[in-house]
Design a protein around this ligand. Structure first.
Ligand code: ADP
Ligand code: GN1
Ligand code: MG
Length: 368
């Protein structure tokens, strides 16, 4: 995008001042994000919403309005909370809506920029992990009384592993990008675990796990910490919709417990960091103990195994489809990502009992 184009798009929003500069920001795989500074010295976050991923952008924006209004109202009742720093705030466009459409048909939105915050692709300290757990636990707790009927499914079947596996099967069948050869071991890895990975879905279908409003994209760079590494704001609300708490727990752990980045090509470097796992679990359980059922607590470990597995399946599918979904930095990026996720699953399988004991110990401690 040129500065002129960004300037024109930004001027559709009721921000303070005109765009003085814009620079690409963050490392998200889906939306295009820019940090805008205005001639009035204010900072904003301008985003092009990926509408091939999110098919109903007005519905998605409505979801965010419902969720952020509810969070603001709840925080308003809490002593010491600062809702303007702890909840994302959309800026209205001149059309009265919270988004605008450019001449090419792309959707854009603007949030106030939360200054003096950091988002980490990789967690470095137990304090960060603990604060992340607190942030996502509080997020779920505050939304526990929002009517799920108000929200649309922004991506239907988002964490439905049956759906994700059937998409992989279709991609294998079509082999559009002619990449199927050399993937035998990855496909075998997936196949060996198909049934085991259905546990959460089956428990949900049997009515054993409640559907709640959850975040659905809790990788660690979707929580902002302040300059002292205290939790400040949960961001990236595009996938907030009904789901199971184990999905949020598992997706967060996927990025926290891994000593290496999500796309680490060297398998030897993919190791588990148990202290970071323990710290996240402690922060999460502290905030969530008030609403979690025993069945949900027992499902968290299944989420820890499922989410990296499902993420690997999604990366592998995208690789086979010729990289149509996730942003990539090399032609083999999605394959490297898939392999790294499967390696993480192997490590998690080995440590499953240890991890579950940590979850249960923290839960018992909070219930006392
Ligand atoms: P994506 O869906 O592409 O991941 P995000 O909404 O997560 O997009 O935004 C990308 C990055 O921009 C985040 O990881 C974070 O670093 C930063 N970010 C997002 N919203 C804000 C905000 N309101 N203030 C400051 N930084 C933000
Ligand atoms: C995407 O948007 P971002 O980068 O926070 C993806 C998540 C994946 C993640 C993997 C809407 O998240 O589901 O877990 O990449 N978001 C969507 O890094 O598909
Ligand atoms: Mg993000």
């Amino acid at each position: 995008m040129t500065d002129k184009e960004l300037h024109d798009i930004f001027s559709a929003f009721k921000a303070e001042g005109k765009m003085a500069s814009a620079r690409p920001f963050g490392s998200g795989h889906i939306n295009d994000t820019y940090r805008v500074t205005t001639d009035a010295g204010k900072h904003y976050l301008l985003q092009r919403i990926n509408h091939s991923v999110f098919r109903d952008v007005p519905g998605l924006i409505d979801n965010i309005v419902h969720v952020t209004d509810h969070l603001k109202q709840k925080l308003g009742q809490m002593h010491g909370a600062k809702s303007e720093r702890e909840v994302l705030a959309l800026i209205a466009a001149g059309n009265g809506l919270f988004f605008t459409k450019d001449v090419a048909g792309n959707y854009w939105r603007v949030f106030t920029f939360l200054s003096n915050t950091k988002s980490y692709d990789q967690v470095l300290t137990e304090k960060q992990a603990f604060e992340g757990g607190k942030a996502f636990g509080t997020f779920q707790a505050l939304l526990a009384d929002l009517d799920p009927g108000l929200l649309i499914d922004t991506i239907p079947n988002f964490h439905n592993i049956g759906f994700r596996l059937s998409n992989l099967d279709k991609a294998i069948e079509a082999d559009t990008a002619h990449r199927l050869n050399k993937l035998a071991s990855e496909i075998e890895f997936v196949n060996e675990r198909r049934e085991a990975m259905m546990r959460i879905l089956e428990a949900g279908r049997a009515g054993l796990l409640p559907e709640r409003i959850v975040h659905n994209d809790t990788k660690f760079n979707n929580v902002l910490l302040d300059e002292h590494d205290k939790a400040q704001c949960v961001i990236d609300l595009d996938t907030v919709m009904p789901g199971f708490v184990a999905y949020d727990f598992g997706d967060a752990i996927r990025t926290i417990i891994n000593n290496a980045p999500e796309d680490e090509p060297d398998m030897k470097l993919i190791n588990l960091n148990i202290p970071l796992f323990t710290a996240y679990t402690k922060g999460y359980v502290q905030q969530a103990a008030g609403f979690l059922t025993e069945a949900e607590v027992n499902s968290l470990i299944d989420g820890v195994l499922l989410l990296p597995y499902m993420q690997g399946v999604r990366f592998l599918t995208d690789y086979l489809n010729g990289d149509t979904y996730f942003k990539i930095h090399s032609p083999w990026h999605n394959l490297e990502r898939a392999r790294a996720q499967f390696q993480l699953v192997k490590k998690l399988e080995e440590a499953k009992d240890t991890l579950n004991n940590i979850i249960l110990k923290n839960w018992q401690h909070e219930k006392k």
